[in-house]
Design a binder for this molecule. Structure first.
Ligand code: NAD
Length: 300
């Protein structure tokens, strides 16, 4: 992992290499299915994942459906909890407590956003950290910050696994994360630090975003605005991980980075869709089997 940026970031002739999240995620899911079957053979039950959705946000419903379908395909038992948007917070908390104590449930996922009026932090904090397969609990974020990761936030973990799958060594590279949310930008910075990159995090307080992006040998965009980072800003030879998922007026899904121009300059780039979306789901399933194994008192 100590190759110089020059060695690790060759220019792809004729354009950037597409980092195929769909293909890599399929491989991760196949490994998860093997581990889930081994777990079931050893413990007499399959790993279980509870997915809680409150309300009917259409984008959330698509994600939740995908997560439930993919878990069943990987041999994970799916427990569906769909609550109406009007559900009072104490009732959501009561469900979380019940799931915490349900021995069949190894992972608990609360689909965000929660309806207005519900304190999302309070709900997420109530999840047993040992079942926190999203990796959002302060304990799991704290463990990642302290270089001893346990259950890792799925999208940032997916970026690392995708880089690994392509032999992209991150050590020593100048990495810039645009976006600093608790679920993507911040844990992404911690993952890159763990991978020994030199990390910069940009956010709404950043003075000269263009200069920061132009320096980046690894660029992770997690802003949530279509084409927010012009492709012209991308450093030649960079690796670009576009986490953004934005729907245009014509209904097309696009990322945060102007893809066409960026792909002419970058050495590696993720497509949207087909990049970090499938990786995120694959890492969720992987975390669920990890959680089941950890709870069973051993890591498989
Ligand atoms: P968020 O709204 O919580 O955070 C956005 C971040 O962008 C903030 O930290 C903010 O400071 C920063 N930002 C906003 N405007 C900026 C500006 N002008 N200059 C610099 N920084 C700016 O969003 P999020 O939950 O982190 O998600 C970001 C994107 O990633 C969204 O498009 C979301 O849909 C997508 N996402 C994708 C996956 C996946 O599976 N691929 C998973 C989670 C989120």
């Amino acid at each position: 992992m100590s190759a110089s940026p020059k060695e690790t970031l060759p220019r792809a002739p004729g354009g950037a290499i597409l980092l195929d999240g769909k293909a890599v995620a399929a491989r991760v899911r196949a490994q998860v299915a093997e581990r889930a079957a081994e777990f079931a053979a050893r413990h007499g039950r399959a790993p279980g994942l509870a997915v809680v959705q409150v309300g009917e946000d259409p984008a959330s419903s698509v994600y939740v459906r995908n997560k439930r379908k993919s878990s069943v395909e990987a041999g994970i038992v799916s427990f569906a909890h769909d609550l109406p948007a009007s559900t009072p917070e104490p009732e959501i908390l009561a469900l979380v407590h019940a799931l915490n104590h349900d021995e069949r449930v190894d992972g608990i996922l609360i689909q965000l956003p929660l309806p207005k009026g519900v304190n999302a932090d309070r709900v997420m904090d109530a999840v047993d950290p040992a079942k926190d397969v999203d990796g959002f609990h302060p304990l799991n974020t704290g463990l990642l910050a302290q270089k001893r990761p346990r259950l890792r936030p799925c999208t940032p973990y997916g970026v690392i696994k995708l880089a690994e799958a392509y032999g992209l060594a991150l050590t020593g590279l100048r990495a810039t994360v645009v976006g600093a949310s608790n679920i993507v930008g911040r844990p992404m910075a911690l993952e890159l630090l763990l991978a020994r990159s030199t990390v910069t995090v940009c956010h709404t307080g950043t003075r000269d975003l263009r200069a920061e992006v132009e320096r980046a040998e690894v660029l992770v965009a997690a802003v949530g605005k279509a084409g927010f980072i012009p492709g012209e800003w991308v450093r030649p030879g960079a690796a670009v991980f576009d986490v953004g998922i934005n729907r245009t007026a014509s209904g097309k899904l696009v990322g945060d980075v102007g893809f066409e121009r960026a792909a002419e300059r970058a050495a590696w780039i993720t497509p949207v869709p087909g990049g970090l979306g499938p990786m995120t789901i694959a890492m969720l399933l992987s975390n669920t089997v990890d959680a089941a194994s950890l709870r069973a008192g051993r890591r498989e």
